[in-house]
Ligand binder design. Structure first.
Ligand code: UDP
Length: 456
C-alpha cells in the first residue's frame, strides 16, 4: 500500500505588497485545513519580508518560504512594473520549474496543486505542462478581472485599439449594474509610461489566455460587493474578504516592519474619532502635496494616524515631518508602516483616508469604516467608484485644481464624520461581508469547496 501524500500547494504571488499579503492569508487558511504550503517569493521580496519581520512573528509559522530571482539586479528599482514583469518572464520560468522538480524528488511531498496570481499566467501554463492542476488567484476586484476578460470585446467595438489605447475619453459600462469605467482610467492606461502601458496591456491579453487552463479562478471579494461582475463572469468565485488571523506566529508578509505603538496610541483616543490615513505600498507624494495633506489633517482638528512609508519620497519629507509631528503630538501620530488590519478593527477609528487599493478597500469594508478616497493609479479609480457611487460608503476628494488642498482634506473629513448615513451604510456592508465568510456564507462555501477539491 502506497502512503497517501498530503495535499501540497505551491503558492506564488506577483511580487508586490498588495498581492503577497492576500495570498499569504489564503495560505494560512489552507494550512488550518492540514494543507502543506510552499510559498514562492522573489529573492527581493523575500529579503524585504525577512528584514521586516520581528523574530516572534514567525515562531509558529508553518508556511514553507522559498525564493527565486526576479531577473533584475540587486540594486535596481522594482517600481517600474513593466520592466519588472518583463525581467520576471525571462528568468523565473526556468527557476520555478527547477524548484518544482526539486521538491517533487521527494515522492511523499510532491506539489499537488499550484495556486498562482492570475497576473502570472506563465505559471499556470507551466503547471499545465508539468501535469499539475492549477488555480488562478485574483487579489483585486472581480470587476477588474471582467474588464480584462472583456478586452476582446472592447477591441471589436472600437473602444480601444490594438495597443489598448482608448479611442476617446468616455465612460463605459461592461453590463447594466456594473461600475462605470472611464476609458482613460482603464488599469493598463494608468500604469506608468506609454511603453509600460503597452507592455502591461499585451501581458494582460496573454494572461486572459493562460487563465483558461486554471481549474479555478478565486477572488478576494464577495457576491454582495460585486453582484453584477460575478454574474458577468460566473467562473470567478469569491472567497473573501480574506482577513488575517493576527495570532502569534502569524506571518503577514509585510515589506516594512510594523510599528505597533500606534495601537497603544489608538487606545488613548475617543471611540470613533480617528482618521486613519494610508496609501498602501506603492504611491508616492511630491512634497507640496504631502505638505497640504499634513496641514489638512492638522486643520481638521481631529485625531489622526498617518502612515508615511520611508520610501515615499527618498526621505525628502524628513525635516518637515519631524517638525510637523512635534507640533501635532499627541493628537496626531505618524508611523512608517502600521498593522493596518488591527488598526481598522480598532474602535477608535472613524474613517479611512485611502488610496483605494483593493486590499485596503476590503479591509475597511469588513470593519464598517467609511472612506475618503484618494486614488492614484491602476485599479484605484474603479475601487473609488465602488466606494462612492455603488456602496455609497465614502466621499471623493476634489482634485480639480491639480492638488488636493488642506481645506479640502479638512472639509471632507468633517463632512464624512458628521453625516451618519455613511457609517450606517458601511455597517450594512460589514454585515454582508461578515455573513459571507461565516459558516454557510457564500464565500465560505466557495472556499470550503475549493479546499475539498485541493484535498481530493
Ligand atoms: N498595509 C499595512 N500597513 C500599512 C499600509 C498598508 O499592513 O501601513 C497593508 C494593507 O493592510 C493591505 C496592503 O498593505 O493589505 C496594501 O494593499 P492595497 O491593495 O490596499 O494597496 P497597494 O499597496 O497594492 O497599492
Amino acid at each position: 500500500r502506497i502512503a497517501m501524500s498530503k495535499a501540497h500547494v505551491l503558492a506564488i504571488p506577483y511580487p508586490a505588497q498588495g498581492h503577497v499579503i492576500p495570498l499569504m492569508e489564503l495560505s494560512h487558511e489552507l494550512v488550518k485545513h492540514g494543507i502543506k504550503i510552499t510559498f514562492v517569493n522573489t529573492d527581493f521580496t523575500h529579503n524585504q519580508i525577512m528584514k521586516a519581520l520581528g523574530e516572534k512573528d514567525i515562531e509558529g509559522n508553518e508556511i514553507q518560504l522559498v525564493s527565486i530571482p526576479d531577473g533584475l539586479e540587486d540594486g535596481e528599482s522594482r517600481n517600474d512594473l513593466g520592466k519588472l514583469t518583463e525581467a520576471m518572464c525571462k528568468v523565473m520560468p526556468k527557476k520555478l520549474e527547477m524548484l518544482i522538480e526539486d521538491v517533487n524528488k521527494s515522492v511523499s511531498n510532491k506539489i499537488t496543486c499550484v495556486v498562482a496570481d492570475e497576473s502570472l499566467g506563465w505559471v499556470l501554463e507551466m503547471a499545465k505542462k508539468m501535469g499539475i492542476p492549477s488555480v488562478a488567484f485574483w487579489p483585486a476586484s472581480a470587476s477588474l478581472l471582467t474588464l480584462s476578460f472583456s478586452i476582446q470585446k472592447l477591441l471589436e467595438d472600437g473602444t480601444i485599439d490594438g495597443d489598448g489605447t482608448p479611442a476617446k475619453d468616455q465612460i463605459i459600462q461592461l453590463a447594466p449594474m456594473m461600475p462605470a469605467m472611464r476609458t482613460t482610467e482603464f488599469v493598463w492606461t494608468c500604469l506608468g509610461s506609454l511603453t509600460t502601458q503597452k507592455f502591461i496591456f499585451d501581458y494582460m491579453c496573454r494572461n486572459n489566455k493562460a487563465v483558461e487552463v486554471a481549474e479555478w479562478i478565486i477572488c478576494n471579494s464577495t457576491y454582495d460587493h460585486e453582484p453584477a461582475a460575478f454574474a458577468l463572469a460566473p467562473k470567478i468565485l469569491p472567497i473573501g474578504p480574506l482577513a488575517a488571523g493576527n495570532h502569534a506566529g502569524y506571518l503577514a508578509g509585510n515589506f516594512w516592519p510594523e510599528d505597533s505603538t500606534c495601537l497603544n496610541w489608538l487606545d488613548q483616543q475617543p471611540t470613533n474619532s480617528v482618521t486613519y490615513v494610508a496609501f498602501g505600498s506603492f504611491t508616492v507624494f511630491d512634497h507640496n502635496q504631502l505638505q497640504e495633506l499634513a496641514l489638512g489633517l492638522e486643520l481638521s482638528n481631529k485625531p489622526f494616524l498617518w502612515v508615511v512609508r520611508s520610501d515615499v519620497n527618498n526621505g525628502k519629507h524628513h525635516a518637515f515631518l519631524k517638525e510637523f509631528e512635534d507640533r501635532v503630538h499627541p493628537r496626531g501620530k505618524v508611523v512608517i508602516w502600521a498593522p493596518q488590519q488591527k488598526v481598522l478593527t480598532h474602535p477608535s477609528v472613524a474613517c479611512f483616508l485611502s488610496h483605494c487599493g483593493w486590499n485596503s478597500t476590503m479591509e475597511g469594508s469588513i470593519n464598517g469604516i467609511p472612506f475618503l478616497c484618494w486614488p492614484y493609479f491602476a485599479d484605484q479609480f474603479l475601487n473609488e467608484t465602488y466606494i462612492c457611487d455603488i456602496w455609497k460608503v465614502g466621499l471623493r476628494l476634489d482634485r480639480n485644481s491639480g492638488i488636493i488642498t488642506r481645506e479640502e482634506v479638512a472639509y471632507k473629513i468633517k463632512q464624512l464624520l458628521h453625516d451618519d448615513t455613511f457609517k450606517a451604510r458601511a455597517l450594512e456592508l460589514k454585515i454582508l461581508a461578515m455573513n459571507s465568510v461565516k459558516e454557510g456564507g457564500s464565500s465560505n462555501k466557495n472556499l470550503n469547496n475549493f479546499i475539498d477539491w485541493i484535498k481530493a
